[in-house]
Design a protein around this ligand. Structure first.
Ligand code: 3PG
Length: 307
């Protein structure tokens, strides 16, 4: 079989080498398309491949149409909102992710973001400490749980809201389950977002929630830009000059936000949550192994488009 690793934002070399080794050992051919500059390049590259590994690369209906032999797509990472599941499912193409493999890197970035904003983006002036502050975690999944554990080690009080996780599980971890999202926003100095981008969550973080935060509150986004209602975020930051916003996925209106709110906002130049050698290796090798296993045994454990 032919496996294409298509990454506009390439994996670390060690990850690519390991992925090649895993696939080639199992008798597969590996091709690499990195830093491609237009979607057409991906459409062309998938024409005769059997398996595709991507990161946040957009796997559109055009890509699927062009990929006549495609049997499996693995998103080396957690969120698969970049893949058109309908087009894949209609063609019987299996789509998988590699849950948990890059979570620690994202969680470490969330902690770094809290400190960065508390210290005035490392510019002169008096900052504040995160010890003793309250952190609210929106969605207690792989990343949320890791952020909670690290924040507790740093002396923070941690609360979480997740309708899919039991209160007992949170309590076992020493995390206070929020009775409602509103309660969490009202009580927490920091809110860290870990929800996926789905039709239900798109633009779900808006003015009413953000402005519930206490004085000096800071919203952290290492999830997806689509979950933010940007117009309402701008209004919240305008009406509440004490609030802050830091994101790993620049808003469409980031230039305006930067200009209008200066030190109170920050966006990384390119999504860097999973940009560690460790995360690349974990997610990349998992993706390659899942493909090898799928072709060898039919294992679909991590399939996200099961009927
Ligand atoms: C994920 O969903 O796994 C993260 O957002 C990382 O995305 P990336 O592989 O594009 O860095």
């Amino acid at each position: 079989m032919t496996v294409l690793i298509a990454t506009e934002k390439p994996f670390a070399a060690a990850a690519v080498n390991g992925m090649k080794e895993i696939a080639q050992k199992a008798g597969h051919e590996v091709r690499l398309l990195e830093k491609y500059t237009s979607p057409e390049k991906l459409v062309k590259a998938v024409e005769d491949v059997d398996a595709l590994i991507v990161r946040s690369d957009k796997v559109t209906p055009e890509v699927i149409d062009a990929a006549r032999n495609l049997k499996i797509v693995v998103r080396a990472g957690a969120g698969y909102d970049n893949i058109c599941l309908e087009a894949c499912t209609a063609r019987g193409i299996v789509v998988m992710n590699t849950p948990g493999q890059n979570s620690n890197a994202v969680a470490e970035l969330a902690i770094a973001m809290m400190i960065f904003m508390s210290r005035n983006k490392f510019t002169p002036g008096t900052g504040s400490e995160i010890q003793g502050k309250k952190l609210g975690i929106q969605a207690y999944g792989n990343v949320g749980r890791l952020v909670a554990g690290k924040a507790k080690c740093l002396g923070m009080e941690v609360m979480a809201f997740d309708p899919y996780v039991s209160a007992d599980k949170m309590k076992e971890d020493g995390v206070t389950p929020a009775e409602s999202l509103e309660q969490m926003y009202r009580e927490c100095n920091f809110i860290s977002l870990h929800i996926p981008a789905t039709p239900e969550t798109r633009k779900s973080i808006g003015y009413d929630l953000i402005t519930l935060m206490p004085a000096g509150g800071c919203l952290l986004n290492t999830a997806r830009k689509e979950i933010i209602n940007e117009a309402e975020l701008e209004k919240a930051l305008t009406d509440r000059p004490d609030l802050k916003y830091i994101t790993d996925i620049a808003a469409d209106s980031q230039a305006e936000l930067d200009e209008k709110f200066g030190k109170r906002v920050f966006a990384t130049p390119k999504k860097m949550g999973a940009e560690t050698a460790e995360a690349n290796i974990n997610a990349g090798l998992a993706a390659a192994s899942q493909i090898v296993d799928f072709f060898a045994t039919g294992n679909t454990r991590f399939q996200v488009n099961k009927k």
